[in-house]
Design a protein around this ligand. Structure first.
Ligand code: NAD
Length: 497
Protein backbone atom coordinates (compact mmCIF):
# COMPACT_ATOMS: atom_id res chain seq x y z
CA UNK A 1 0.00 0.00 0.00
CA UNK A 2 2.82 2.34 0.81
CA UNK A 3 5.17 1.20 -1.93
CA UNK A 4 6.47 4.02 -4.07
CA UNK A 5 5.88 3.11 -7.71
CA UNK A 6 9.58 2.53 -8.39
CA UNK A 7 9.96 -0.09 -5.73
CA UNK A 8 6.85 -2.04 -6.76
CA UNK A 9 6.66 -4.73 -9.43
CA UNK A 10 6.23 -3.08 -12.80
CA UNK A 11 4.21 -4.46 -15.66
CA UNK A 12 5.51 -1.86 -18.16
CA UNK A 13 6.03 -3.12 -21.67
CA UNK A 14 7.88 -1.16 -24.29
CA UNK A 15 9.07 -2.37 -27.67
CA UNK A 16 12.81 -2.80 -28.14
CA UNK A 17 13.54 -0.34 -30.92
CA UNK A 18 16.93 0.33 -32.42
CA UNK A 19 18.18 3.73 -31.35
CA UNK A 20 20.50 5.89 -33.40
CA UNK A 21 24.10 4.78 -33.75
CA UNK A 22 26.30 5.06 -30.70
CA UNK A 23 29.09 7.14 -32.15
CA UNK A 24 29.95 10.52 -30.68
CA UNK A 25 27.93 13.52 -31.86
CA UNK A 26 30.15 16.39 -32.94
CA UNK A 27 28.80 19.21 -35.09
CA UNK A 28 25.71 17.14 -35.87
CA UNK A 29 27.81 14.30 -37.27
CA UNK A 30 28.32 10.84 -35.88
CA UNK A 31 32.03 10.72 -35.22
CA UNK A 32 34.60 8.07 -34.31
CA UNK A 33 37.76 8.73 -32.31
CA UNK A 34 40.84 9.36 -34.47
CA UNK A 35 42.68 6.68 -32.49
CA UNK A 36 40.16 4.06 -33.60
CA UNK A 37 40.03 2.89 -29.96
CA UNK A 38 36.76 1.85 -28.35
CA UNK A 39 35.31 1.45 -24.87
CA UNK A 40 33.00 -1.43 -24.06
CA UNK A 41 29.70 -0.60 -22.40
CA UNK A 42 28.74 -3.41 -20.02
CA UNK A 43 25.23 -4.38 -18.96
CA UNK A 44 25.59 -4.49 -15.15
CA UNK A 45 22.78 -7.02 -14.81
CA UNK A 46 24.49 -9.62 -17.00
CA UNK A 47 28.14 -8.59 -17.22
CA UNK A 48 27.80 -8.75 -21.03
CA UNK A 49 29.11 -6.19 -23.50
CA UNK A 50 26.10 -4.20 -24.65
CA UNK A 51 27.70 -1.85 -27.11
CA UNK A 52 30.90 0.11 -27.55
CA UNK A 53 31.64 3.79 -27.96
CA UNK A 54 34.71 5.65 -29.23
CA UNK A 55 37.48 6.18 -26.69
CA UNK A 56 37.90 9.88 -27.34
CA UNK A 57 40.63 12.10 -25.98
CA UNK A 58 42.05 15.56 -26.54
CA UNK A 59 41.58 15.39 -30.32
CA UNK A 60 37.82 14.80 -30.08
CA UNK A 61 37.40 17.51 -27.46
CA UNK A 62 39.27 19.90 -29.81
CA UNK A 63 36.90 18.92 -32.63
CA UNK A 64 33.83 19.31 -30.40
CA UNK A 65 34.96 22.75 -29.20
CA UNK A 66 35.58 23.82 -32.82
CA UNK A 67 32.06 22.66 -33.78
CA UNK A 68 30.58 24.43 -30.76
CA UNK A 69 32.46 27.64 -31.60
CA UNK A 70 31.17 27.50 -35.15
CA UNK A 71 27.56 27.12 -33.99
CA UNK A 72 27.94 29.74 -31.28
CA UNK A 73 27.28 33.09 -33.02
CA UNK A 74 24.00 32.04 -34.64
CA UNK A 75 22.71 30.33 -31.52
CA UNK A 76 23.65 33.26 -29.26
CA UNK A 77 21.93 35.70 -31.62
CA UNK A 78 18.55 34.01 -31.20
CA UNK A 79 16.22 35.26 -28.49
CA UNK A 80 16.12 33.09 -25.35
CA UNK A 81 12.49 32.28 -26.10
CA UNK A 82 13.33 31.03 -29.60
CA UNK A 83 15.98 28.79 -28.08
CA UNK A 84 13.46 27.71 -25.46
CA UNK A 85 10.99 26.68 -28.16
CA UNK A 86 13.58 24.36 -29.68
CA UNK A 87 14.23 22.79 -26.29
CA UNK A 88 10.49 22.38 -25.87
CA UNK A 89 10.30 20.41 -29.14
CA UNK A 90 13.32 18.39 -28.06
CA UNK A 91 11.61 17.56 -24.76
CA UNK A 92 8.57 16.34 -26.73
CA UNK A 93 10.77 14.07 -28.84
CA UNK A 94 12.41 12.65 -25.71
CA UNK A 95 9.04 12.05 -24.08
CA UNK A 96 7.76 10.34 -27.21
CA UNK A 97 10.77 8.00 -27.34
CA UNK A 98 10.79 7.33 -23.58
CA UNK A 99 10.10 3.63 -24.00
CA UNK A 100 13.16 2.94 -26.13
CA UNK A 101 15.32 5.39 -24.23
CA UNK A 102 14.34 3.88 -20.90
CA UNK A 103 15.17 0.36 -22.08
CA UNK A 104 18.60 1.55 -23.16
CA UNK A 105 19.08 3.32 -19.84
CA UNK A 106 18.11 0.20 -17.88
CA UNK A 107 20.46 -1.96 -19.93
CA UNK A 108 23.45 0.33 -19.51
CA UNK A 109 22.81 1.68 -16.02
CA UNK A 110 20.92 -1.18 -14.36
CA UNK A 111 17.96 0.63 -12.80
CA UNK A 112 14.49 -0.96 -13.00
CA UNK A 113 12.55 0.06 -16.08
CA UNK A 114 10.01 2.30 -14.24
CA UNK A 115 12.89 4.24 -12.67
CA UNK A 116 14.45 4.59 -16.11
CA UNK A 117 11.15 5.87 -17.52
CA UNK A 118 11.02 8.34 -14.59
CA UNK A 119 14.50 9.56 -15.34
CA UNK A 120 13.90 10.01 -19.06
CA UNK A 121 10.63 11.79 -18.33
CA UNK A 122 12.50 13.88 -15.76
CA UNK A 123 14.97 14.98 -18.44
CA UNK A 124 12.06 16.06 -20.66
CA UNK A 125 10.50 17.90 -17.68
CA UNK A 126 13.71 19.78 -16.99
CA UNK A 127 14.05 20.89 -20.62
CA UNK A 128 10.39 21.97 -20.63
CA UNK A 129 10.88 23.89 -17.42
CA UNK A 130 13.84 25.83 -18.80
CA UNK A 131 11.96 26.36 -22.06
CA UNK A 132 9.01 27.74 -20.10
CA UNK A 133 11.14 30.30 -18.23
CA UNK A 134 13.45 31.12 -21.15
CA UNK A 135 11.86 34.54 -21.60
CA UNK A 136 12.80 35.49 -18.03
CA UNK A 137 16.45 36.13 -18.84
CA UNK A 138 16.83 39.85 -18.35
CA UNK A 139 19.36 42.51 -17.42
CA UNK A 140 19.24 45.82 -15.54
CA UNK A 141 18.79 49.50 -16.18
CA UNK A 142 20.35 51.80 -13.59
CA UNK A 143 19.85 55.59 -13.46
CA UNK A 144 23.02 57.38 -12.40
CA UNK A 145 21.73 60.97 -12.20
CA UNK A 146 23.71 63.59 -14.07
CA UNK A 147 26.43 61.09 -14.90
CA UNK A 148 24.15 59.11 -17.20
CA UNK A 149 22.58 55.67 -17.18
CA UNK A 150 23.84 52.15 -16.88
CA UNK A 151 22.55 49.14 -18.76
CA UNK A 152 23.60 45.61 -17.81
CA UNK A 153 22.95 42.76 -20.20
CA UNK A 154 23.51 39.06 -19.56
CA UNK A 155 25.51 37.52 -22.34
CA UNK A 156 26.28 33.84 -22.90
CA UNK A 157 29.68 32.60 -21.82
CA UNK A 158 30.37 30.92 -25.17
CA UNK A 159 31.37 27.26 -25.33
CA UNK A 160 30.70 25.44 -22.06
CA UNK A 161 31.40 21.93 -20.85
CA UNK A 162 29.66 19.35 -18.71
CA UNK A 163 30.96 16.14 -17.15
CA UNK A 164 28.39 13.67 -15.89
CA UNK A 165 28.58 10.50 -13.73
CA UNK A 166 26.93 7.11 -14.25
CA UNK A 167 24.21 7.12 -11.63
CA UNK A 168 21.65 9.48 -13.23
CA UNK A 169 23.16 10.29 -16.63
CA UNK A 170 19.99 11.46 -18.33
CA UNK A 171 18.49 13.77 -15.74
CA UNK A 172 21.89 15.35 -15.09
CA UNK A 173 22.30 16.02 -18.80
CA UNK A 174 19.01 17.96 -18.62
CA UNK A 175 20.07 19.94 -15.51
CA UNK A 176 23.18 21.13 -17.31
CA UNK A 177 22.18 21.44 -20.96
CA UNK A 178 18.74 22.98 -20.29
CA UNK A 179 19.80 26.27 -18.68
CA UNK A 180 23.11 26.51 -20.55
CA UNK A 181 21.46 26.26 -23.95
CA UNK A 182 18.59 28.61 -23.09
CA UNK A 183 21.23 31.14 -22.01
CA UNK A 184 22.75 30.97 -25.50
CA UNK A 185 25.84 28.86 -24.90
CA UNK A 186 26.95 25.97 -27.02
CA UNK A 187 27.99 22.83 -25.27
CA UNK A 188 30.40 19.90 -25.04
CA UNK A 189 29.13 17.15 -22.78
CA UNK A 190 30.90 14.00 -21.61
CA UNK A 191 28.84 11.21 -20.07
CA UNK A 192 30.53 8.60 -17.92
CA UNK A 193 32.31 5.99 -20.01
CA UNK A 194 30.09 3.32 -18.43
CA UNK A 195 26.75 5.00 -19.32
CA UNK A 196 27.09 6.91 -22.60
CA UNK A 197 24.37 5.28 -24.72
CA UNK A 198 21.14 6.99 -23.69
CA UNK A 199 22.88 10.37 -23.64
CA UNK A 200 24.05 9.88 -27.24
CA UNK A 201 20.59 8.79 -28.31
CA UNK A 202 19.03 11.85 -26.67
CA UNK A 203 21.51 14.22 -28.31
CA UNK A 204 20.55 12.70 -31.69
CA UNK A 205 16.85 13.13 -30.94
CA UNK A 206 17.36 16.75 -29.88
CA UNK A 207 19.01 17.51 -33.20
CA UNK A 208 16.20 15.82 -35.09
CA UNK A 209 13.80 18.02 -33.12
CA UNK A 210 15.51 21.18 -34.35
CA UNK A 211 18.61 21.80 -32.23
CA UNK A 212 21.17 23.15 -34.71
CA UNK A 213 24.26 20.99 -35.32
CA UNK A 214 27.18 21.91 -33.09
CA UNK A 215 25.04 23.38 -30.30
CA UNK A 216 25.15 20.20 -28.21
CA UNK A 217 28.16 17.97 -28.81
CA UNK A 218 28.61 14.71 -26.94
CA UNK A 219 32.07 13.20 -26.66
CA UNK A 220 32.80 9.79 -25.18
CA UNK A 221 35.94 8.71 -23.38
CA UNK A 222 37.32 8.19 -19.93
CA UNK A 223 37.73 10.87 -17.29
CA UNK A 224 41.50 10.64 -17.61
CA UNK A 225 41.37 11.41 -21.34
CA UNK A 226 38.22 13.21 -22.54
CA UNK A 227 37.27 14.52 -19.08
CA UNK A 228 40.65 16.08 -18.41
CA UNK A 229 40.74 17.51 -21.95
CA UNK A 230 37.41 19.31 -21.39
CA UNK A 231 38.63 20.85 -18.14
CA UNK A 232 41.96 21.88 -19.69
CA UNK A 233 40.57 23.29 -22.95
CA UNK A 234 41.07 27.07 -23.06
CA UNK A 235 38.06 27.47 -25.38
CA UNK A 236 35.65 26.12 -22.75
CA UNK A 237 34.64 28.94 -20.41
CA UNK A 238 32.72 27.06 -17.75
CA UNK A 239 32.52 23.43 -16.68
CA UNK A 240 29.66 21.96 -14.73
CA UNK A 241 30.89 18.78 -13.09
CA UNK A 242 28.92 16.14 -11.24
CA UNK A 243 30.79 13.28 -9.65
CA UNK A 244 32.64 12.35 -6.52
CA UNK A 245 34.33 14.86 -4.26
CA UNK A 246 37.92 13.81 -4.98
CA UNK A 247 37.43 14.15 -8.74
CA UNK A 248 35.61 17.45 -8.23
CA UNK A 249 38.59 18.85 -6.36
CA UNK A 250 40.93 17.74 -9.16
CA UNK A 251 38.64 19.40 -11.70
CA UNK A 252 38.63 22.64 -9.74
CA UNK A 253 42.43 22.64 -9.50
CA UNK A 254 42.86 21.93 -13.20
CA UNK A 255 40.41 24.69 -14.12
CA UNK A 256 41.96 27.31 -11.82
CA UNK A 257 44.99 28.36 -13.94
CA UNK A 258 42.61 29.09 -16.82
CA UNK A 259 40.29 31.12 -14.56
CA UNK A 260 37.56 28.80 -15.72
CA UNK A 261 34.28 28.86 -13.85
CA UNK A 262 33.28 25.53 -12.31
CA UNK A 263 30.10 24.26 -10.76
CA UNK A 264 30.65 21.17 -8.62
CA UNK A 265 27.85 18.80 -7.66
CA UNK A 266 29.63 16.24 -5.51
CA UNK A 267 29.04 13.48 -3.01
CA UNK A 268 26.57 13.40 -0.15
CA UNK A 269 25.73 11.56 3.05
CA UNK A 270 22.22 12.82 3.68
CA UNK A 271 20.75 12.36 7.15
CA UNK A 272 17.06 11.52 7.65
CA UNK A 273 15.71 12.49 11.07
CA UNK A 274 12.58 10.60 12.10
CA UNK A 275 10.91 12.32 15.01
CA UNK A 276 8.72 10.49 17.58
CA UNK A 277 5.47 11.98 16.18
CA UNK A 278 6.27 10.97 12.58
CA UNK A 279 3.72 9.20 10.42
CA UNK A 280 5.51 5.86 10.75
CA UNK A 281 4.39 4.09 7.54
CA UNK A 282 5.19 7.22 5.58
CA UNK A 283 8.63 7.49 7.19
CA UNK A 284 9.39 3.80 6.59
CA UNK A 285 8.37 4.26 2.98
CA UNK A 286 10.53 7.37 2.76
CA UNK A 287 13.58 5.52 4.07
CA UNK A 288 13.03 2.58 1.71
CA UNK A 289 12.52 4.76 -1.33
CA UNK A 290 15.14 7.30 -0.23
CA UNK A 291 17.87 4.70 0.15
CA UNK A 292 17.16 1.85 -2.26
CA UNK A 293 15.94 3.82 -5.30
CA UNK A 294 18.53 3.33 -8.07
CA UNK A 295 20.18 0.72 -5.82
CA UNK A 296 21.25 3.51 -3.47
CA UNK A 297 23.32 5.27 -6.12
CA UNK A 298 21.92 8.75 -5.73
CA UNK A 299 23.94 11.71 -4.44
CA UNK A 300 21.07 12.89 -2.24
CA UNK A 301 19.87 9.45 -1.17
CA UNK A 302 19.09 8.84 2.50
CA UNK A 303 22.46 7.65 3.75
CA UNK A 304 21.98 7.81 7.53
CA UNK A 305 18.78 7.53 9.58
CA UNK A 306 18.48 9.08 13.07
CA UNK A 307 15.24 7.90 14.63
CA UNK A 308 13.80 8.93 18.00
CA UNK A 309 14.42 6.14 20.52
CA UNK A 310 10.70 5.89 21.43
CA UNK A 311 9.83 4.63 17.96
CA UNK A 312 13.20 3.21 16.90
CA UNK A 313 12.37 -0.48 17.31
CA UNK A 314 9.00 -0.27 15.49
CA UNK A 315 10.54 1.80 12.72
CA UNK A 316 13.44 -0.62 12.30
CA UNK A 317 11.21 -3.70 12.38
CA UNK A 318 8.87 -2.34 9.71
CA UNK A 319 11.73 -1.11 7.56
CA UNK A 320 13.50 -4.47 7.86
CA UNK A 321 10.41 -6.31 6.57
CA UNK A 322 10.23 -3.97 3.60
CA UNK A 323 13.96 -4.24 2.85
CA UNK A 324 13.75 -8.04 2.95
CA UNK A 325 10.87 -7.99 0.49
CA UNK A 326 12.79 -6.08 -2.18
CA UNK A 327 13.27 -8.19 -5.30
CA UNK A 328 16.71 -7.61 -6.75
CA UNK A 329 17.52 -8.52 -10.35
CA UNK A 330 17.73 -7.40 -13.96
CA UNK A 331 15.89 -4.09 -14.22
CA UNK A 332 14.15 -5.27 -17.38
CA UNK A 333 12.33 -7.97 -15.47
CA UNK A 334 8.84 -6.79 -14.42
CA UNK A 335 9.02 -8.31 -10.94
CA UNK A 336 12.27 -6.56 -9.99
CA UNK A 337 12.32 -3.44 -7.85
CA UNK A 338 16.06 -2.99 -7.31
CA UNK A 339 18.73 -3.42 -9.98
CA UNK A 340 22.48 -4.09 -9.83
CA UNK A 341 25.26 -1.71 -8.83
CA UNK A 342 26.25 0.08 -12.02
CA UNK A 343 29.82 -1.19 -12.36
CA UNK A 344 32.16 -3.74 -10.84
CA UNK A 345 34.52 -1.21 -9.26
CA UNK A 346 31.62 0.39 -7.40
CA UNK A 347 30.31 -3.03 -6.31
CA UNK A 348 33.75 -3.81 -4.87
CA UNK A 349 33.83 -0.45 -3.09
CA UNK A 350 30.45 -0.96 -1.41
CA UNK A 351 31.28 -4.56 -0.49
CA UNK A 352 34.58 -3.42 1.08
CA UNK A 353 32.83 -0.74 3.13
CA UNK A 354 30.38 -3.25 4.62
CA UNK A 355 33.07 -5.92 5.08
CA UNK A 356 35.14 -3.44 7.07
CA UNK A 357 32.19 -2.70 9.35
CA UNK A 358 31.65 -6.42 9.91
CA UNK A 359 35.33 -7.19 10.52
CA UNK A 360 35.69 -4.37 13.03
CA UNK A 361 32.41 -5.22 14.77
CA UNK A 362 31.17 -1.68 14.21
CA UNK A 363 27.46 -2.40 13.86
CA UNK A 364 24.76 -5.07 13.54
CA UNK A 365 23.90 -6.14 10.02
CA UNK A 366 20.19 -7.03 10.12
CA UNK A 367 19.87 -7.97 6.47
CA UNK A 368 22.07 -8.25 3.39
CA UNK A 369 25.72 -7.44 3.92
CA UNK A 370 27.00 -9.37 0.92
CA UNK A 371 26.89 -9.78 -2.84
CA UNK A 372 23.92 -11.71 -4.15
CA UNK A 373 24.67 -15.14 -5.54
CA UNK A 374 22.67 -17.60 -7.63
CA UNK A 375 21.72 -18.09 -11.28
CA UNK A 376 19.92 -14.73 -11.46
CA UNK A 377 22.79 -12.79 -9.94
CA UNK A 378 26.11 -14.48 -10.58
CA UNK A 379 26.95 -12.72 -13.84
CA UNK A 380 25.86 -9.24 -12.75
CA UNK A 381 26.99 -6.74 -10.12
CA UNK A 382 24.33 -7.37 -7.47
CA UNK A 383 24.52 -6.41 -3.82
CA UNK A 384 21.89 -7.33 -1.26
CA UNK A 385 19.83 -4.48 0.22
CA UNK A 386 21.53 -4.00 3.57
CA UNK A 387 20.23 -2.64 6.85
CA UNK A 388 22.66 -1.89 9.69
CA UNK A 389 21.69 -0.82 13.20
CA UNK A 390 23.65 1.03 15.83
CA UNK A 391 26.86 1.48 13.91
CA UNK A 392 29.77 2.79 15.92
CA UNK A 393 29.71 6.64 15.67
CA UNK A 394 33.25 6.45 14.26
CA UNK A 395 32.37 3.81 11.63
CA UNK A 396 33.49 4.61 8.12
CA UNK A 397 30.02 3.96 6.69
CA UNK A 398 28.91 7.11 8.52
CA UNK A 399 31.86 9.32 7.63
CA UNK A 400 32.34 8.15 4.03
CA UNK A 401 29.76 8.30 1.29
CA UNK A 402 28.30 4.83 0.71
CA UNK A 403 27.09 4.86 -2.88
CA UNK A 404 25.04 1.69 -2.80
CA UNK A 405 22.10 -0.06 -1.07
CA UNK A 406 23.32 0.12 2.54
CA UNK A 407 21.38 1.95 5.24
CA UNK A 408 22.58 2.54 8.81
CA UNK A 409 19.88 3.35 11.40
CA UNK A 410 20.69 5.01 14.72
CA UNK A 411 18.36 5.62 17.69
CA UNK A 412 18.67 9.10 19.24
CA UNK A 413 17.32 10.36 22.59
CA UNK A 414 16.59 13.97 21.59
CA UNK A 415 16.61 16.48 18.78
CA UNK A 416 19.88 18.04 19.91
CA UNK A 417 21.67 14.71 19.43
CA UNK A 418 19.97 14.12 16.07
CA UNK A 419 21.08 17.50 14.73
CA UNK A 420 24.60 17.18 16.14
CA UNK A 421 25.02 13.72 14.59
CA UNK A 422 23.45 14.84 11.30
CA UNK A 423 26.07 17.58 11.06
CA UNK A 424 28.92 15.22 11.93
CA UNK A 425 29.81 14.75 8.26
CA UNK A 426 32.08 16.41 5.78
CA UNK A 427 29.16 16.37 3.36
CA UNK A 428 26.15 18.68 3.29
CA UNK A 429 23.97 17.96 0.29
CA UNK A 430 20.43 17.22 1.55
CA UNK A 431 18.66 16.29 4.78
CA UNK A 432 15.12 15.41 5.78
CA UNK A 433 12.99 15.53 8.89
CA UNK A 434 9.87 13.44 9.38
CA UNK A 435 7.48 15.03 11.85
CA UNK A 436 4.13 16.74 12.26
CA UNK A 437 5.68 19.33 14.60
CA UNK A 438 6.47 22.57 12.80
CA UNK A 439 8.91 23.62 15.52
CA UNK A 440 10.97 20.45 15.02
CA UNK A 441 10.88 20.90 11.24
CA UNK A 442 11.98 24.52 11.57
CA UNK A 443 14.84 23.64 13.95
CA UNK A 444 16.15 21.03 11.52
CA UNK A 445 15.84 23.41 8.58
CA UNK A 446 17.69 26.16 10.47
CA UNK A 447 20.45 24.05 11.99
CA UNK A 448 21.27 21.13 9.71
CA UNK A 449 24.08 22.00 7.32
CA UNK A 450 22.70 21.14 3.89
CA UNK A 451 21.79 22.72 0.58
CA UNK A 452 18.24 21.38 0.71
CA UNK A 453 16.00 20.20 3.55
CA UNK A 454 12.84 18.17 2.99
CA UNK A 455 9.98 17.82 5.46
CA UNK A 456 8.19 14.46 5.27
CA UNK A 457 9.91 13.47 2.08
CA UNK A 458 13.38 12.94 0.67
CA UNK A 459 15.04 12.69 -2.72
CA UNK A 460 12.64 14.80 -4.81
CA UNK A 461 14.49 17.44 -6.82
CA UNK A 462 12.11 19.44 -9.02
CA UNK A 463 13.75 21.71 -11.60
CA UNK A 464 12.05 24.77 -10.07
CA UNK A 465 14.18 24.54 -6.90
CA UNK A 466 17.90 25.35 -6.71
CA UNK A 467 19.93 22.26 -5.84
CA UNK A 468 23.49 21.88 -4.59
CA UNK A 469 25.51 21.26 -1.49
CA UNK A 470 27.48 22.90 1.28
CA UNK A 471 30.77 21.72 2.81
CA UNK A 472 32.38 19.04 0.61
CA UNK A 473 29.18 18.36 -1.33
CA UNK A 474 29.88 21.03 -3.86
CA UNK A 475 30.12 24.53 -5.10
CA UNK A 476 27.33 26.45 -6.78
CA UNK A 477 23.74 25.51 -7.53
CA UNK A 478 21.87 23.96 -10.41
CA UNK A 479 18.17 24.27 -11.24
CA UNK A 480 15.73 27.06 -10.42
CA UNK A 481 15.03 29.97 -12.77
CA UNK A 482 18.33 31.49 -11.60
CA UNK A 483 20.22 28.62 -13.24
CA UNK A 484 19.90 30.33 -16.62
CA UNK A 485 21.74 33.47 -15.55
CA UNK A 486 24.45 31.33 -13.91
CA UNK A 487 25.39 30.35 -17.47
CA UNK A 488 25.83 34.02 -18.46
CA UNK A 489 28.06 36.90 -17.50
CA UNK A 490 27.16 40.55 -17.00
CA UNK A 491 28.20 43.06 -19.62
CA UNK A 492 27.72 46.69 -18.71
CA UNK A 493 27.04 49.68 -20.90
CA UNK A 494 27.51 53.21 -19.58
CA UNK A 495 25.48 55.88 -21.32
CA UNK A 496 26.85 59.38 -20.72
CA UNK A 497 24.09 61.41 -22.38
P1 NAD B 1 33.48 10.27 -10.83
O1 NAD B 1 33.94 11.52 -10.18
O2 NAD B 1 34.37 9.09 -10.81
O3 NAD B 1 33.15 10.51 -12.38
C1 NAD B 1 32.25 11.52 -12.79
C2 NAD B 1 32.61 11.95 -14.20
O4 NAD B 1 33.90 12.58 -14.18
C3 NAD B 1 32.72 10.82 -15.22
O5 NAD B 1 32.20 11.24 -16.46
C4 NAD B 1 34.23 10.60 -15.31
O6 NAD B 1 34.61 10.04 -16.54
C5 NAD B 1 34.75 12.01 -15.16
N1 NAD B 1 36.13 12.14 -14.65
C6 NAD B 1 36.84 11.29 -13.89
N2 NAD B 1 38.06 11.78 -13.63
C7 NAD B 1 38.13 13.00 -14.23
C8 NAD B 1 39.12 14.01 -14.32
N3 NAD B 1 40.32 13.89 -13.73
N4 NAD B 1 38.84 15.13 -15.00
C9 NAD B 1 37.65 15.31 -15.59
N5 NAD B 1 36.66 14.37 -15.56
C10 NAD B 1 36.91 13.24 -14.88
O7 NAD B 1 32.07 9.97 -10.17
P2 NAD B 1 31.18 8.69 -10.33
O8 NAD B 1 31.77 7.62 -9.49
O9 NAD B 1 30.96 8.44 -11.79
O10 NAD B 1 29.79 9.20 -9.71
C11 NAD B 1 29.38 8.99 -8.41
C12 NAD B 1 29.57 10.25 -7.59
O11 NAD B 1 28.81 11.33 -8.14
C13 NAD B 1 29.07 10.11 -6.18
O12 NAD B 1 30.01 10.65 -5.29
C14 NAD B 1 27.79 10.94 -6.16
O13 NAD B 1 27.40 11.40 -4.89
C15 NAD B 1 28.12 12.02 -7.11
N6 NAD B 1 26.91 12.68 -7.61
C16 NAD B 1 26.62 13.95 -7.17
C17 NAD B 1 25.44 14.57 -7.59
C18 NAD B 1 25.08 15.96 -7.12
O14 NAD B 1 24.22 16.59 -7.73
N7 NAD B 1 25.68 16.45 -6.06
C19 NAD B 1 24.59 13.91 -8.48
C20 NAD B 1 24.93 12.63 -8.91
C21 NAD B 1 26.10 12.02 -8.46
Amino acid sequence: MHSPPHLSPHPLKYPTAQLSSMLMRIGGEETEAASGAWLDVINPATGEVLDRVPAGGKEVVDAAVAAAEQASAKWAAMSPRERGKILFHAAGAIREARGELARTLTREQGKPLPEAVDEVRGCANVLEFFASVSGCLSGDFIRLGAAGDGIVVREPLGVCGAIVPWNMPVILMGWKAGPALVAGNTFVLKPSSTTPLTTLAIAGLMEKAGLPPGVLNVVTGTGETAGRAIVAHPGIRKVSFTGNTATGLAVRQAAAPLLKEVTLELGGSDPMIVWRDADLPKAVDGALHGRFYNAGQVCNAVKRVYVHEEIASRFTEELLARVRSLKVGDGLSPSVNMGPIQNRAQLDRVAAQVDQLRERGEGRILSGGSRLRGPEHDRGFFYAPTLVTEPDPGAAILSEEVFGPVLPVMAVPDLETAITEANRSRYGLGASVWTRDLGVARAVFDRVQAGVVWVNRHLTVPPEIPFGGVKESGLGRENGVQAISRWTRAKSLFLGW
